[in-house]
Design a protein around this ligand. Structure first.
Ligand code: PA5
Length: 465
């Protein structure tokens, strides 16, 4: 695929425009070219060594997923994803981007409503039962490890609701378990009880799994063209395996953020100017934070490194966060996402022509307005000496969304190389999971519980007011 018209571009002119103190110069980028070339090479070498299997997802066969999706689509009114982190955020991002924010409210829709429950909040879980009939719902339980407490508790909760609605012998018909192909408690259940299942391919970590069965089943059930999603990712693969850093948008995106981090710009604000891409910012926040926030370097030194991702939405957050970004500290890079062609222009009708506040809007469209607002924010930031860059998306479709997700994943992998850390583990998350098991009395975690109790026993009574 070489349809240049669908290519996402990275414009970082504003990083250069703000100059050396808070931005970057071409000389600084040039000086890092060799380091960047090596980082690109290191990622591709790890891939060739079989290490980074998420990079092969664009080329996977989707037949089984499409077949299952077609069966489920005909049988159920509601498709509910139960998962958390990388086992939920991609589903939400793809759905909002391609089905739109009002998908569940659409009338005359031929595909099931989609709900993604990614929290153990009791009111959130119980609240779903106020709007769905479990007898008309199928639940996709997604957990790679098969043991995440939040997800398994949701499984128990909705399994019970399904049992009450349809009886114990029909429970299985209402669940699809997406988990490790060979191991883990959920895989055991699949083997013992015969639940339908899909694999989270071996070697594909949660936050890099959106283009695997983790993200593809809910997309296919709701009618998204998953082949196009993967075709877009394959195109991004073509662009981001480019060895020349100056032709590689993922590499330059990673380098800019790495070099700015060295100048104290340690926050990246992901700010799409498109409601449909709002949840891509959420997905990116996890990808960036969990991959790059690390205590140890690859050589075992303590580095406590990691840029902080912040999610924002244009134009909404112009009236919330942008004041801080323009006038606050010089510690942020704003990463805009701009859509060139919206599917709807939203022409603004004429009205109140005798009032200045309305007159200038007439003859324009929402599409023009939101893009002018993005440009205006970028100008204000540049004038204030704050760096920004923009991913320019030609239009929002399955191809460009697949391309964007894969591009940002490769950017993360290359950034991991530049920062010298392992972007693919998450010991900090595991620590939280272990503490939860210990607090709730899971067997095998007695020692951790003892340690926690000891630490909590040292509470200073004056420290709670
Ligand atoms: O990216 C990751 O690895 C994590 O965010 C996981 O996706 C998250 O912790 C959920 O894990 P699991 O899929 O094993 O339930």
């Amino acid at each position: 695929m070489t349809d240049q018209s669908q290519r996402i571009k990275l414009d970082f002119n504003n990083v250069l425009r703000v100059g050396a103190e808070h931005g970057l110069t071409e000389q600084e980028l040039d000086a890092a070219t060799e380091q960047l070339r090596q980082a690109i090479q290191a990622v591709q070498q790890r891939r060739q060594g079989g290490d980074l299997r998420w990079m092969e997802l664009p080329y996977a066969d989707t037949g089984e997923i499409e077949q299952l999706a077609a069966d489920l689509r005909d049988q159920f009114e509601n498709f509910v994803v139960l998962g958390i982190g990388g086992s939920a955020l991609g589903n939400i991002a793809v759905n909002t981007a391609l089905n739109g924010p009002f998908y569940n409210q659409l009338t005359g829709r031929k595909t099931p409503r989609l709900f993604v429950l990614d929290n153990s909040d009791p009111e959130f879980n119980a609240g779903l039962l106020d709007v769905i009939d479990p007898a008309k719902s199928v639940f996709n339980v997604i957990t790679k490890s098969g043991s995440t407490g939040e997800t398994l508790s949701s499984f128990l909760f909705f399994r019970d609701a399904v049992q009450k609605a349809v009886g114990a012998d029909k429970i299985k018909d209402h669940f699809v378990l997406t988990t490790d192909p060979a191991k883990g408690p959920l895989r055991e259940l699949v083997n013992q009880e015969g639940f339908r299942s899909l694999p989270v391919p071996d070697g594909v970590g949660g936050r890099f799994s959106v283009l695997s069965p983790v993200g593809l089943l809910s997309a296919a059930v709701t009618g998204i063209d998953i082949k196009q999603l993967l075709a877009g990712a394959a195109y991004a693969d073509e662009l981001t395996r480019e060895a020349d850093p100056w032709q590689n948008p993922a590499a330059l995106g990673a380098l800019i953020q790495y070099l700015l981090y060295g100048k104290g710009v340690d926050i990246v604000v992901m700010m799409p100017y498109a409601q449909r891409l709002k949840d891509v910012a959420d997905w990116f926040a996890q990808l960036w934070a969990e991959s790059l926030g690390k205590k140890l370097s690859r050589t075992g030194e303590t580095v406590n490194v990691g840029p902080t991702p912040v999610k924002a939405l244009g134009a909404t957050d112009q009236h919330s966060q942008v004041q801080l970004y323009v006038e606050g500290p010089f510690n942020k890079l704003i990463n805009f996402i701009r859509v060139e062609q919206f599917a709807e222009q939203g022409a603004l009708p004429a009205g109140y022509a005798d009032m200045d506040a309305f007159a200038y809007l007439t003859g324009h469209s929402f599409a023009e307005l939101i893009n002018a607002e993005q440009e205006a924010t970028a100008i204000a930031l540049t004038e204030a000496g704050k760096p920004s860059m923009t991913h320019i998306v030609p239009e929002i479709n399955a191809f460009t969304v697949g391309q964007l997700l894969y591009l940002l994943e490769v950017q993360t992998a290359i950034a991991g190389e530049l920062f010298g850390i392992d972007a693919f583990d998450q010991p900090g998350v595991e620590a939280g999971k272990i503490a939860t098991y210990a607090l709730l009395g899971r067997s095998g975690y007695e020692q951790q519980r003892q340690q926690i109790e000891q630490a909590l026993g040292q509470n200073n009574p004056r420290a709670v007011v």
